[in-house]
Ligand binder design. Structure first.
Ligand SMILES: [Zn+2]
Length: 238
């Protein structure tokens, strides 16, 4: 943890809480003491989480986006349905760009609970979609690490934040057209410890599922090292 992070965790946040009250990241309502605050949502927004249910559609998107390199994700799962209520994407945005780390962990626990509810279980290990080391230094953390920890804790399985690395630095993909996306993610991940995944059922987690091509690239590397199956789970489906 570098000095900026320490300042931010222990000084800036409490100071901010005194100056500006904590608001629900979804509806903007000021949160009072008895409100649900861990995931930075009010009780009403928490209870109305727009749950994604059409998991077959994720598979269809994968087939459409990864035709060249081949589909390596066996099954995909997501929790928040962006099309039902896009305001909930504020949670993801704040997690990614505004250092709301606890949102990543709390939503990760919710994701694990929803997976269990839908019987999307049976994994040996959970890993995050890694970001490049330089980007991690810039941002201070990888939001997917927080999700992987929470899902591992929630499902009672180990998480591994180190064995898969992103070896190519790419610019933010959301700025590019979808047509370029799958070209951008081939060969940019590397598995450092292949033995770890041999014959294992691996779960790869990320914040948002769009075409699934990035998570499929991680899955391709894992399958190449002998993983038995690779599934994907994300906090939200765009
Ligand atoms: Zn709210």
């Amino acid at each position: 943890m570098n000095i900026i992070n320490i300042l931010n965790e222990f000084i800036a946040k409490p100071a901010m809480a005194l100056l500006a009250p904590q608001r629900c990241l979804v509806c903007g309502k000021i949160l009072v003491d008895d409100e649900f605050t861990k995931a930075c949502m009010c009780k009403k927004c928490y209870n109305n989480l727009p749950l994604f249910t059409n998991f077959d559609e994720m598979n269809t998107r994968l087939i459409g986006s990864v035709s060249r390199e081949g589909q390596a994700v066996d099954r995909a799962f997501g929790m928040i349905n962006r099309r039902q209520n896009s305001k909930y994407m504020q949670l993801i945005y704040n997690l990614k760009y505004y250092n709301y780390r606890m949102v990543g962990y709390e939503l990760g626990r919710e994701l694990a609970a929803y997976m269990q509810q839908c019987d999307f279980v049976g994994f040996d290990v959970v890993i995050p979609v890694p970001i490049h080391a330089a980007k991690k230094r810039e941002r201070g953390y990888n939001q997917s690490d927080l999700i992987a920890k929470a899902v591992g804790d929630g499902l009672g399985i180990p998480f591994d934040l180190k064995s898969v690395k992103r070896i190519v630095y790419t610019n933010t993909q959301t700025k590019q057209g979808q047509g370029n996306r799958h070209k951008n993610v081939e060969g940019i991940f590397q598995v450092d410890n292949p033995e770890k995944f041999r014959d294992k059922c691996v779960l790869v987690v990320d914040d948002v599922f769009t075409t699934g091509s990035t998570i499929n690239s991680v899955a391709l590397e894992l399958k190449a090292t002998g993983a038995k199956s690779v599934c994907a789970a994300t906090l939200a489906v765009a």
